[in-house]
Design a protein around this ligand. Sequence first.
Ligand code: SF4
Length: 369
Amino acid sequence: MVNAVALREKLIREAEPDLSWQEVAVLLESKDKELEEAFFMRAKAIRDKFIGKKAYFRGLVEMSNICAKNCLYCGIRADNAEPHRYKMSFQEVMDACQFAYERGYGSVVLQSGEISSVAFINEITDLLTAIQQKFDGRLRVTLSCGEQSEETYQRWYDAGAHRYLLRIETSDPEFYRAIHPNDRHHDFEERVNCLRLLRKVGYQVGSGIMIGLPGQNYAAVARDLMFLKEMDVDMVGMGPYIEHEETPLWERRDQLWPLRERLAAGIKAVAALRILMKDINIAAATALQAIDPKGREQALDVGANVIMPNLTPIEYRKDYSLYENKPCTDEDRGMCSVCLEGRVKSIGLEVARDQWGDSIHYHDRQKKS
Ligand code: SF4
């Protein structure tokens, strides 16, 4: 049984406290303002010490909403006839990268639905090669293109991708089956195995979870955070679950946490993970802003250090509808960039320009091995 008073004292007294999953669960759920104050103060101090008072920009390019999978929570799942399916052209992706480069972002995230065809694999390889040639290695690339074979991961790594984001969504195999179709294309062990393959190939490995899914509780979220620590990930993108009407999980909306609780838990999860994993990169998820206009600032204020301006051309944004009320779907990249810079500065952080913003955690592990 965790004593909240003792936990608060520990957060005040210890510069780098070691937290159990039970303590994390209490921190996520507690509404005690004094405990919350000590919790956020400690997370922020750790971010400032290990990362600095700065935020890295990653230009997000949602290359395509075509996906072969059917995750029960996702608005662009293959069986959803609603969104218009699109694929950005080679030149459109290169233009987005050029914009990121000129703005001094130092890094882009190329994201798409999950496709494993030879044509798709070749297209991504060609894009990576072109980005390497054009920017001479000065633009770091994170890929987020789902589960692939080791050979494909290796090929993309060799072509210039050095970071890969593959969210696990939940660390509980049983719960994973409850939010995915039960077939071989949606297999928990396979997803975990992909995280291991990515590490083996040499990527900076990113993962993440959803918070506030129907049927989830605070203890489960706390264990998910411990899973990310056990997997020793280098970067994390996680945020509150937001329902989408055109998905099977919509039927379970009566079991949802209130939106404000999902927001609060999403922010507290960032703070808890910062205490658990001091030198990783943690993104302030866009989904936080879907609930509260200042959701991303709140995450940056308690330990996040990455923010992702959307560089997807406006005509495609509404069709990359992973969840409802996704913010910033009608702002062009220039507006998005200025808006996010203002958000970062408003909470006293510096925008780190012309830097890759690699995970310190990754480089430290490389040095030790
Ligand atoms: S969550 Fe990813 S893999 Fe699943 S349906 Fe959506 S885009 Fe496809």
